[in-house]
Design a protein around this ligand. Structure first.
Ligand SMILES: [Zn+2]
Length: 138
């Protein structure tokens, strides 16, 4: 199997194995960036030599500006691995990143929505319920 063909297989593998929906974009330096999940769960950056898997994380820099700060789970030098080992390793990293991310979600005690940490106002209260709640109080 030559490298260009394996690269195409990686793109197909990521497209099918990442949590849906999967968004793809090409960075300025030519790396392919995949974001899986809505809200985002897993971020993968694929280059001609490596594939980096990260758990999605982010912070509110201001109340209106959210910046993602992915937390790296693993890097694979994909050209160095035989095919079966590559798919197994990559599959395990994707699953691990998704589990780590989802473990940080909490179910809102008011609306029952499973909510990403950046949309939680407080422990087990989502931002929109917190907004509604404070509106009712004042
Ligand atoms: Zn809520």
């Amino acid at each position: 199997m030559d490298a260009p063909e394996r690269y195409e297989q990686l793109i197909a593998f990521l497209g099918s194995q990442l949590p849906a929906p999967v968004e793809q974009e090409i960075d300025a330096d030519g790396a392919m960036r995949f974001v899986g999940g809505e809200p985002p769960e897993v971020i993968v950056v694929l280059t001609q030599s490596s594939v980096v898997v990260s758990e999605f994380r982010g912070v509110w820099e201001t109340p209106l500006k959210f910046t993602d700060r992915p937390r790296r789970i693993g890097l694979i030098k994909w050209r160095r691995l035989p095919e079966t080992a590559l798919w197994n390793a990559l599959g395990a990293l994707l699953k691990g990143a998704q589990q780590a991310r989802l473990a940080r979600f909490q179910v809102c005690q008011y609306c029952g929505q499973n909510t990403a940490p950046e949309w939680l106002h407080d422990d087990r209260v989502c931002q929109s319920c917190a907004d509604r709640h404070s509106g009712a109080v004042h």
